[in-house]
Structure formats: structure tokens, C-alpha cells
Design a protein around this ligand. Sequence first.
Ligand code: PEP
Ligand code: MN
Length: 362
Amino acid sequence: MEAPVSLFNPLPIESWLPTKQKPLIISGPCSAESREQVLDTAQKLHSTGMVSAFRSGVWKPRTRPNSFEGHGEKALKWLTEVKNTYGFPVAVEVATPRHVEACLNEGTDILWIGARTSVNPFSVQELAEALKGVDIPVMIKNPLNPDLSLWMGVIERFYINGINKIAAVHRGFNTYEKSRYRNEPLWNIPIELKSNFPELPIICDPSHIAGTRSLLKDIAQQALLLDMNGLMIESHHLPEKALTDAAQQIRPEDLPKLINSLKIPLTNEENPCKELEFLRKKIDEFDYQLINTLAKRMQVVNEIAHLKADCKMTILQVKRWNQIIETRTQDGIEKGLHEKFLKNLLDLIHKESIELQSRIIK
Ligand code: PEP
Ligand code: MN
């Protein structure tokens, strides 16, 4: 992967979305369906005292035409009423420069880029340019497909155009594998995003990952364990009647139960733990030994490569390799390691070994 933009230094989320609530919660309906629905949902969310911003789609990207596509600018006005009545900053999805213009005219507080827009650098570029010189927070959902670079690219395009109130939103990915989730969480992708952009706030959207209410808690808990900065949870005053995403929205009254059921983990800074330091020293030592062992193994591969070249042998000798996989996997399983982990590890080692031998023999 290419290096990310240098000096990526977005503002901390507390500076543009301050909250005493832990974790930070953004909630509201998938779509603004009517003035009554939006205001009733907002009133009930307000009573929970847990919500820092109100979200709602007003232009809805739909898979098939002739479905409900949102009320557009009329709905933006309902959100302004929410803001004026309950004091919530309001967040809306924008997909075109025209949406941006309408939101800026209306005074919408926070914009977000949806997963169907994040996949398209042309659209993203247009949106970023439409926001040049505007001081507004932008939340960036991961693209539909599991492509970390694409997600980073969206973030970078806004940052380069002067947006420094940025958060990423992890909403899961489309994959072909059948799964219990509507969108696979693929947690390693937001983890890698965080490694590349340590200052970037990341909010998890368990609703779009889950696709169904019953999975929300587990996903939200995992997000907190991975030190994400907040949760975006879809809520609707009458979820069964929702025009979009009915199965995943919760009643605002059920939000406190969900949030209170989560364990809020402490960071190392909040709870410096001596024992952890001790265990980490052990890990450091094991990693050192692992790398040493791998280096020694590759030296032997090097010798083997020369020998195979002298003997005019093929590099790949599948019988031997299958034997390695079988014996090492067996050994690893006996020592408590997972089969899938062993397979991935052995595949990686084999790939490197083949590449090394190919370079030597050619
Ligand atoms: C939404 O938040 O309602 C939405 C359309 O999300 P996504 O872009 O993640 O599908
Ligand atoms: Mn939705």
C-alpha cells in the first residue's frame, strides 16, 4: 500500500461532537419518512439522555427503482425542527454536490458519505470539491467492497480539500460468503485503517453490519473492545413500519437497554496496568524468537534452493509440502492452535519460500 497523505491530523471527535455519554451515540431513523416520525423518534431519543447527534437519510440510495427514495429537501426542514426542538446536531447522507448545497443552505450540522458513494472516486472528488473551504464535519462510511485503500482514499480526498473534522464509519462489507451478517464486519480492515491513521476517529454502525436487531449487541461490544470512538445505531418510533431497513432499527425506548448491556472497556492510559507490561515483555521476547526462527528457516530454504538448482529439480514438490501441512497442523492443533490460523500461517511461509527459491534458481 502507498503511504497515506503525510501529516494526516484530523481534529479529535470531542472537539466537534462533545459528549459526556460513553460510548458516544449517534442515533435516528434510517430514513426521514414523515415530520411526525422524525420528531417523535427524536423526542424519544432525547428522553434517553444518551444521544449526541441525530442521524437520518433524506435521499435514500435504493437497490431497485420505484422504492421509497426519501423526501429530500422537505425532510431537511424536519431535521432542522429536530435540532431546534431538542438541540441535537443533525447528520445527513450526501451523495451529490446538489445534496451538499441543499444541506449547507439548510444549516445541516454533519454530513456523511454513504457506502455506495465511497466506492466511486469520481463522486467522492466532486463532493470533496463541493466542500472546499467549508467548515463542517464529514463522516465517511467504508465502501461496500472490502478495500482498505479505497476507504483511505475517500478520507484523504476530503482532508486534502480542507475538511479536518472527519470520522470514519465502519458499516461492514459486501462479500460473497453466506453469513449471519447483512454486511461482514471484517474487523481487520478498520483495525488497519486505525494503524494507518492513528488520529482518525472511527465510529461503528452495528445496524448496517447486523441487518437484524438481535445481532446489534455483540457487534457493538466488539467495536468497543477494539477502541472505536462511538456507535451509530438506527432507531425508529415504529420499527416494524419502517420504509427502509425495518429489521435492523430499534425503538428509541430500547436504546438504553442495549447501551447499558455493553461493557465499557478502559484504555491503557485510563488504567495503566503493571501486569500487562509484564506480559507484553513476554510477547516481545516470543516475537523476537519467532522472527529469528523464521530468518533461520529462510536461510535453510536458501541452501535448499541452491541444492535443487544443482540437482536440476523442480521447486514445488507437492508431496513434501502436503506432508509439512499435515504434520505441522496436527502438531499445532495438539498445542491448542486453531486449524485455520495454522493453514494461513503455513501458506504464507510456503509462498515466501517458493518466491525465494524462484529468485535464486532463475
Ligand atoms: C444509512 O446509513 O442509512 C445507509 C444508507 O448506510 P450505508 O451507506 O452504510 O448503506
Ligand atoms: Mn439504513
